[in-house]
Design a binder for this molecule. Structure first.
Ligand SMILES: [Zn+2]
Length: 181
């Protein structure tokens, strides 16, 4: 499916006056700061942003973006695909006084003029949405280890009895709290 390509730069005044809903894609290669934070990424990022003026006449945009990036699993050091998603609640301000009056639900975007790069609106939130420690789900990580020829016995022993593992954990927590002064 071909996605409509979004413009790289948008005019906030026009979009909010006309209450435009932007929907389309950008090449992930434009997200240079996201690319620095991940192992690799290619393809497109899908973006929906609805522009309007809110009840207080603030110029705002709300929506979400999603793309697939590759992260390096910190357990097995192999790359894996991660669905990166972020949602946005932005308000465009032209002065610091305007910024101070904004309700807390909005992230302020300080404007120089009416134009802004679309990438600049979404990159911060996408980077914040990345996992703090990247890793496979434990099942996927174990499957990988298994594929690499670790003995079947070893793999099955780690999978053996999830409840036992849980009990052991609970036990430890309980003892831990009892030992506290
Ligand atoms: Zn892994």
């Amino acid at each position: 499916m071909l996605n409509r390509q979004l413009p790289l730069t948008i005019n906030v005044k026009k979009l909010t006056e006309q209450e435009i809903q932007l929907e389309g894609a950008l090449p992930v290669s434009k997200l240079t700061r996201v690319l620095e934070a991940v192992e690799s990424a290619e393809g497109e990022i899908y973006l929906e942003l609805a522009f309007r003026k809110d009840e207080q006449s603030a110029r705002v945009a709300q929506g979400q973006a999603s793309c697939t990036v590759k992260l390096l699993c910190q357990r097995c050091l192999k790359p894996y695909e991660h669905a990166l998603k972020a949602s946005f609640s932005l308000a465009f301000v032209y002065t610091e006084a305007q910024e101070e009056r904004l309700p807390e639900i909005y992230d302020p975007v300080l404007m120089q003029d009416d134009n802004v790069r679309l990438v600049d609106l979404i990159e911060d939130d996408l980077i914040l949405a990345l996992p703090i420690v990247a890793h496979h789900t434990s099942v996927e990580c174990q499957t990988l280890r298994y594929e690499e020829g670790e003995s079947v016995a070893e793999v099955s022993s780690t999978k053996e009895n999830p409840f036992k593992v849980l009990e052991a954990l609970k036990d430890r927590e309980f003892k831990g709290s009892k030992n506290k002064p």
